[in-house]
Design a protein around this ligand. Sequence first.
Ligand SMILES: O=C(O)CCC(=O)C1=CC=C[C@@H](O)[C@@H]1C(=O)O
Ligand SMILES: [Mg+2]
Length: 321
Amino acid sequence: MRSVQIYRWHLPMDAGVVLRERRLKTRDGLFVHLQQGDRQGWGEVSPLPGFSRESLGEAEAALRAWTLAWRDGEAPLLPGLPAVDFGISCALAELEGSLPEAADYRAAPLCTGDPDELFAVLAAMPGEKVAKIKVGLYEAVRDGMVANLLLEAIPDLRLRLDANRAWTPLKAQQFAKYVNPVYRDRIAFLEEPCKTRADSLAFARETGIAIAWDESLREDDFEWVAEPGVRAVVIKPTLTGSIAKVRKQVEAAHALGLTAVISSSIESSLGLTQLARIAAQFTPDTVPGLDTLNLMQAQLLRPWPGNTLPCRDREALEPLL
Ligand SMILES: O=C(O)CCC(=O)C1=CC=C[C@@H](O)[C@@H]1C(=O)O
Ligand SMILES: [Mg+2]
């Protein structure tokens, strides 16, 4: 006997979360719940506006069709929309017991503004110190000075930087100019410095600062080849697809000697804790990029260990079936 439900939810965001120049006031998404006998599984389907190819409406229609077919005993194919495939594959993996409970709850602290705050967080951080800073939002020179200052002040710090393709080659050079060459190797990677891949590769070559692909990974013409200066890929499962597809990408990255970082697409705590489990399973040696929960004002269904935001339960969700 199979039973199913789809829930809709809306979470208020912290004031001031801006994505691709759009203010994100609420994070809206869906959960799917699958039950078979005494086994059950949950999955999150929350396309990220401005990043996902599919809208929430398209995701909901595809999720409904798949879920009802599954309830009726079929083995429907995944719909092929990344956020939907991701959520369904998580629910199925929980149901089948193939998503281990063990999770990697380390998260590289994400700093979008004041470096003083990051300073305090890093001072209190045990073990490997790795943090991620958004760059490209202000002057490139300022970004370079902040990176340099942090690397100088905290000798065991490794930085991940993310420019989201904000820089022209000139701006990228202005950034690099302010980072002391002896610290450059402690920039674990700089995600997508320039608008084109060719410019980003040239930047890595010219500055010795390693880069990582994030957006590029999801472009149709992306190829898995080793390129000088590329050190990592950032894999966002909600934008990628099923757990099986995520696993293939991790394997492709590792085969090229690249670091694979499982990263958030600003999922709720349910999706984020599942990403922490996926990271523990596929990338146990790499701190995942999952420090986005505090951009929200509440958690849903499953709390992230140690997080103090209130956790809303099933009653806060709107059943759609
Ligand atoms: O990768 C991380 O450490 C956190 C996730 C993160 O930085 C992002 C998630 C989703 C959208 C973006 O604003 C941003 C990114 O650009 O990678
Ligand atoms: Mg990025």
